[in-house]
Design a protein. Structure first.
Length: 104
């Protein structure tokens, strides 16, 4: 059973309200997900979008593009190519936790 995370709920509900210095971040990256055939209904779903600081958004985007030992020397983006939705969500949420955006 998962506990309710009020911060996660707030981050998701804040998506529709633009705020200076923030961006909407897709937990599962948009372009790679589209390239692998996932429908827009999943990619743009409220549970896949959170509002985070612009700086954190840039840092996470850079992390997705940087080679990483945790992914066999591949970038997370390359590692996730061809993977299922659940795996992409898990890795995206893990990154948000490591960045201090979501609670474990």
């Amino acid at each position: 059973m998962r506990s309710f995370d009020p911060l996660s709920f707030w981050l998701q509900s804040a998506v529709s309200t633009p705020q200076p210095g923030t961006d909407v971040h897709h937990i599962v990256e948009q372009s790679p997900a589209r390239a692998d055939g996932f429908p827009d209904e999943m990619i743009e779903a409220p549970e896949n979008r959170v509002r985070i600081s612009r700086l954190k958004h840039w840092e996470i985007t850079r992390w997705y593009a940087t080679r990483n030992r945790d992914f066999g020397g591949q970038s997370p983006r390359d590692f996730l190519r061809g993977k299922d939705w659940h795996t992409r969500v898990r890795i995206g949420r893990e990154r948000l936790i490591k960045e201090g955006i979501l609670k474990p």
